[in-house]
Design a protein around this ligand. Structure first.
Ligand code: AMP
Ligand code: MG
Length: 499
C-alpha cells in the first residue's frame, strides 16, 4: 500500500459552486469502494487540467478517482436539481449517484468540474444504490470522447475505473466509476428546482453564477438575464444542429440532462444511427419516441421554454412585458437551429454557402437515405470520394448504399450540377468534406462488443475503439473494419440507461 501523502499541488481547486448557499447542494463525500483499479486514464485531458497524469496512474490516483481519497482542496457535494422527465415535472432529482469533487483550473485558466459518477448513495438517491456497473461507464467514456474528437461540445471522460464490488442489476455485474469533466454540471433542471419552490433569490444567484462562469458577455447587456436566455438558446441550437449532422440521438433529453453551458451531457441510452431514418429511437425507456432523432430540435426548444419560465421573474417587474420578451427570444430558436443545421449539411455535401440550393439537396439526399435505409455515416463519407465529373466506378460504391436505386443516381446528377456552379477543385472540396464527415463513429454494436469483452476482463476492444475514434476524420486503413455497419444479426435495436 502506497502511503505517500496526497499530491495536493496536483489539483488546483477553486470551488465556486460550493460557495453558493447550502440549499444548492448537500455536502457529501464519495462512498469508498473495495478495490479501485484504473481501466483507462485520459492522460491528455489530465494534462490540460493541470493534473499530473503519472500521479493519477499511481495507486493514490486510483483512490482519488474512485472516491476513496478526497484530495486536498476538494469540497465534495451532491448537486440539487429537478427536471421534466418525458414531459412530466419531477421536483426532486439531484445527484443520486454522482459527487462533484470541485472545480479545477487548467490550461489557459479554463475552469472544469471534476465529477465522480457511480460514487455511492447521496440524499438524492431515493431507491437507487448510487452505483454504476462498468457497461455505462465504458459507454460514456467511448461516446463522450468520440464526441469531443468530432468537435462537438461535450462533457469529457477523465478516467474509467473498476471498484472491485459487484452491482446488482438484473444480475450481478462488476461495479465501475467514471471520472467526468465538464464546464459545469448546472442543468436547466437546476433552475427548475428553485423556480418550483418560488425561490426567486436562488434563481437569481444561480443565473448570476452561470453568467459569470459561462456567459460573461451577458453581464454587459441592458438586461443580463434576457441576454443569458438568448445565449443559452443559441448554444443549444448549435449543439443540436451538430448532433443532427452526425446522426446522434441523445435518447433522454429531459431538462435535467440539458447542460446550461451547451455541452452534451448524461450519456445514457444514446446512439449514433447506422441506417438512417428520421424517426429512429433506440432508448428502451422512450416508448413514445418523444426523443426520436427528428424530434430533437423541437424538444430542445421545449426545454428552453422551461428555462425561460424560470427566468421570467428576473427579466422584469411586469409579467406581460417579461413574457413577451422571452417569447421573442424563444421564437428565434428555429432560426438559429436551421441556420446552423443548413450550414452543417451544406458543408457535408461539399456546398458550403450555397443557401437554399444546398439545403434542398441535402434534404433530398436524406429522403433517399430514409427510403433505402442507407447507412448515415458511410453515405456522407463515400460522397467525399466522388469527383465532380461522373465516374461509374466511384459512383457505384455510393449508389450501392442505396441498394442501387435510381433515386441515388438521380441525386448525384443534381448534386454535380450544383458542384459545377462553384469553382473548387476536387481535391480541395474532398478534403473539406472529409474534415466534416467522419469515417468513424462509435457504432452501437461495437460498443456492445467492447463491453462484453470487458465483462470477461479483456479491455483490448475498448482501448482500440478509443484509439480509432480519437481520429474520426482520418482514413485509418489498418482499422477499416471499424467503419463497417453491423451485420443484420449484429444490429442493436435498443439501448439502456443501465444505471
Ligand atoms: P439520469 O439517468 O442521469 O438522467 O438520472 C436521473 C436521476 O436518477 C438522477 O437524479 C440520478 O441521480 C438518479 N439515478 C440514476 N441512477 C441511479 C442510481 N443507480 N442510484 C441512485 N440514483 C440514480
Ligand atoms: Mg441525468
Amino acid at each position: 500500500m502506497n502511503t505517500s501523502p496526497p499530491h495536493s499541488q496536483s489539483f488546483r481547486f477553486d470551488n465556486s459552486y460550493a460557495r453558493l448557499p447550502p440549499r444548492f447542494y448537500v455536502r457529501q463525500n464519495p462512498v469508498p469502494v473495495r478495490k479501485p483499479e484504473l481501466i483507462r486514464l485520459n492522460r491528455r485531458l489530465a494534462r490540460q487540467l493541470g493534473i499530473d497524469p503519472d500521479m493519477l496512474e499511481s495507486p493514490i490516483g486510483a483512490e482519488i478517482l474512485a472516491g476513496n481519497r478526497v484530495p486536498l482542496g476538494a469540497e465534495p457535494l451532491a448537486m440539487a436539481y429537478a427536471g421534466h422527465q418525458f414531459g412530466g415535472f419531477v421536483p426532486e432529482l439531484g445527484d443520486g449517484r454522482a459527487i462533484l469533487l470541485g472545480e479545477v483550473s487548467g490550461e489557459g485558466g479554463m475552469r472544469r468540474d471534476i465529477h465522480l459518477k457511480g460514487a455511492g448513495r447521496t440524499p438524492f438517491s431515493r431507491g437507487g444504490d448510487g452505483r454504476s456497473w462498468i457497461g455505462p461507464v465504458l459507454r460514456e467514456y467511448i461516446v463522450s470522447e468520440a464526441m469531443a474528437a468530432l468537435g462537438i461540445p461535450t462533457t469529457r471522460a477523465l478516467a474509467a475505473l473498476t471498484t472491485g464490488e459487484a452491482v446488482m442489476r438484473e444480475h450481478s455485474l462488476p461495479g465501475g466509476v467514471l471520472a467526468r469533466v465538464a464546464s459545469s454540471h448546472i442543468r436547466i433542471g437546476t433552475f427548475q428546482d428553485f423556480a418550483a419552490r418560488e425561490d426567486v433569490e436562488a434563481v437569481r444567484l444561480l443565473a448570476e453564477h452561470v453568467i459569470a462562469r459561462h456567459y460573461p458577455e451577458a453581464a454587459q447587456a441592458e438586461n443580463p438575464f434576457l441576454a443569458l436566455l438568448e445565449a443559452v438558446i443559441e448554444r443549444q441550437a448549435a449543439l443540436i444542429a451538430k448532433w443532427m449532422a452526425v446522426g446522434f440521438i441523445h435518447g433522454v433529453m429531459n431538462t435535467d440532462n440539458m447542460s446550461i453551458a451547451g455541452e452534451t451531457i448524461d450519456y445514457g441510452p444514446c446512439a449514433y444511427m447506422d441506417s438512417y431514418h428520421p424517426d429512429m429511437v433506440f432508448s428502451s425507456i422512450d416508448r413514445g419516441g418523444r426523443y426520436a432523432y427528428a424530434n430533437q430540435p423541437q424538444i430542445g426548444q421545449w426545454n428552453l421554454s422551461c428555462l425561460a419560465y424560470c427566468l421570467l421573474p428576473l427579466i422584469g417587474p411586469d409579467e406581460q412585458t417579461a413574457l413577451d420578451a422571452v417569447r421573442e427570444k424563444l421564437d428565434c430558436f428555429p432560426d438559429y437551429y436551421h441556420a446552423a443545421r443548413e450550414a452543417g449539411f451544406a458543408a457535408k455535401i461539399g456546398l458550403p454557402g450555397h443557401g437554399d440550393d444546398a439545403a434542398g439537396l441535402a434534404d433530398d439526399l436524406l429522403a433517399c437515405m430514409a427510403d433505402a435505409g442507407a447507412d448515415f455515416t458511410l453515405t456522407f463519407r463515400r460522397l467525399c470520394d466522388l469527383p465532380a465529373r461522373p465516374d461509374d466506378e466511384a459512383d457505384a460504391g455510393f449508389i450501392a448504399l442505396f441498394e442501387g436505386t435510381v433515386e441515388a443516381a438521380d441525386w448525384l446528377r443534381k448534386w454535380r450540377q450544383s458542384l459545377a456552379r462553384q469553382n473548387r477543385g476536387d481535391e480541395v472540396r474532398q478534403a473539406a468534406m472529409r474534415a466534416v464527415n467522419p469515417a468513424y463513429i462509435p457504432r452501437n454494436h461495437r460498443i456492445e462488443q467492447a463491453i462484453d469483452a470487458a465483462l470477461i476482463g479483456d479491455y483490448q476492444l475498448f482501448e482500440t475503439m478509443n484509439l480509432v475514434l480519437s481520429r474520426p476524420f482520418d482514413d485509418q486503413p489498418e482499422h477499416a473494419d471499424w467503419q463497417t455497419p453491423p451485420l443484420p444479426e449484429e444490429i442493436v435495436h435498443q439501448t439502456f440507461c443501465g444505471t
